[in-house]
Design a protein around this ligand. Structure first.
Ligand SMILES: CC(=O)N[C@H]1[C@@H](OP(=O)(O)OP(=O)(O)OC[C@H]2O[C@@H](n3ccc(=O)[nH]c3=O)[C@H](O)[C@@H]2O)O[C@H](CO)[C@@H](O)[C@@H]1O
Ligand SMILES: C=C(OP(=O)(O)O)C(=O)O
Length: 435
């Protein structure tokens, strides 16, 4: 039997905070001003933490955000046999003794990114048993491309009673074409291929900045990953990976969320620790809305416009407009004078927040995969519930411009991906509290 939890330094404290504070309450009307520092990226740190499984040594990850997703992953690594210690925003992971190859449903259910354990465990132990993740609030989210990738590298896959069992006596490099540039499948295959015999070529690979960060991390451990950030990635397998220290890139979605919050509240905010290049599609749309964005060293200043202009948005894989910013922009469009259309092409069911926003007075009509927003209507505070992580962020932003109080429940979604979100908003002048 494997122990269920072996808490790291601040793990217990975080759990208490996450589960006790069930509500976020926002009183609308404040104009946001000031500076905040953007945290390390959730979508970069999760695969990187998992990537430490590949090296039988001690790795240090810096700029790790304090998120419940990170805590869950740390628990999973403990179960697999790693030793993890957290000191502030640094995570020390000793993966010398990875012996367990099983990740139960309890964890995969809470955090879909845990499916990324498949590739590294296969490469390290030649065996992995992991629960099928199942659907979630934003879509069915199949993992067929992950499985095809592992099979192409020589794994035998068996799905039984909700679990995937994959085995391989050895992984051998292959040419793999992804039907869709899936972020997770690209990462899973990339990690497995680092220790495969020969060269793997991933075609139609995802190009997200988080893929590049993972590749940089793997290369700093001695892997040979070339082409990350383009749609063809070449991985030359090596015999073993060594220890490393890596700093996680800033979270472009957290940054985008605060840019929208600044723009919608008539504010003037400086975001520190931002890579503006990663935010190109978001900045372009904000500028089209009339928002002023100024690069200041490693920071970005957002200056709200007098009036928000309506725009149309279509979510796409990077470098297109990110699906993870769609909900926040729907709120911005509610303030525009005119009609904006948001088309979601990445996930088939990512408009759950529309019903909650409608309860606050936002005029949204869903037609297939598009949401049509008639701006300029009065937004009023009321009890609402976060249906997923970005939906939760969108509700906070709506609360900032609403008349009266907005009480958001199901806040655990929000704590999955935003470090100290309430403190950060409060430091900018928002009237916001946790209960
Ligand atoms: C932890 C993490 O990094 N999460 C991000 C990652 O999720 P994730 O890696 O799950 O997203 P994918 O890029 O894999 O998914 C995109 C689309 O491809 C489909 N698909 C994916 C895999 C597969 O095997 N088969 C298949 O059909 C999905 O159902 C979805 O419709 O990228 C998404 C798209 O930018 C972001 O919204 C998530 O925040
Ligand atoms: C959908 C998201 O994350 P995940 O893939 O971890 O569910 C997100 O970050 O918006």
């Amino acid at each position: 039997m494997h122990p269920v939890t072996r808490p790291v330094n601040n793990f217990i404290g975080f759990v208490i905070r996450t589960y006790k504070l069930e509500k976020i309450i926002v009183t609308g009307g404040a104009c946001l001003n000031g500076n905040i520092k953007i945290s390390g990226a959730k979508n970069a740190v999760l695969p990187i933490i998992i990537g430490t499984i590949l090296s039988p040594g001690k790795n240090k990850i810096l700029d790790v955000p304090d998120l419940s997703d990170v805590d869950i992953l740390v628990e999973v690594l403990h179960i697999l046999g790693a030793k993890v210690e957290r000191n502030g925003n640094a995570l020390d992971i000793d993966s010398s003794n990875i012996t367990c190859f099983e990740t139960p449903y309890e964890y995969v259910r809470k955090m879909r990114a845990s499916i990324l354990i498949m590739g590294p465990l296969l490469a390290r132990l030649g065996k992995v048993k992991i629960s099928m993740p199942g659907g979630c609030a934003i879509g069915t989210r199949p993992i067929d491309l992950h499985l095809k990738g592992m099979e192409a590298l020589g794994a035998t896959i068996n799905v039984d009673r909700g679990y995937i069992e994959a085995t391989a006596t050895k992984l051998v490099g292959a040419k793999i074409y992804l039907d869709f540039p899936s972020v997770g499948a690209t990462e899973n295959i990339m990690m497995a291929a680092t220790l495969a015999e020969g060269t793997t070529i991933i075609e139609n690979a995802a190009e997200e900045p988080e893929i590049v960060d993972l590749a940089n991390f793997l290369n700093s451990m001695g892997a040979s990953v070339m082409g990350a950030g383009t749609n063809v990635i070449r991985i030359k397998g090596v015999k073993q990976l060594r220890e490393t220290t890596h700093t996680v890139i800033p979270d472009r979605i957290e940054a985008g969320t605060f840019l929208v919050a600044g723009a919608i509240t008539g504010g003037n905010i400086l975001l520190e620790n931002v890579i503006a290049d990663h935010l190109k599609p978001v900045i372009a749309k904000l500028q089209e809305c009339g928002v002023e964005i100024i690069e200041e060293g490693e920071g970005l200043r957002v200056i709200a416009p007098q009036k928000v202009k309506p725009v149309d948005i279509k979510t796409l894989p990077y470098p297109g407009f990110p699906t993870d910013m769609q909900a926040q922009f729907m709120v911005l469009l509610s303030k525009a004078l005119g009609t904006g259309v948001v088309s979601e092409t990445v996930f088939e069911n990512r408009f759950m927040h529309a019903d909650e926003l409608k309860r606050m007075g936002v005029d949204i009509r869903i037609e297939g995969r598009s949401a049509i927003i008639e701006g300029g209507k009065k937004i009023t505070g009321c009890p609402v519930k976060a249906t997923d992580l970005r939906a939760g962020a969108a509700l906070i932003i709506a609360g900032l411009i609403a008349e009266g109080e907005t009480e958001i429940t199901n806040t655990f979604h929000i704590y999955r991906g935003y470090e100290n979100i309430v403190d950060k908003f409060r430091s900018l002048g928002a009237k916001i509290r946790e209960e």
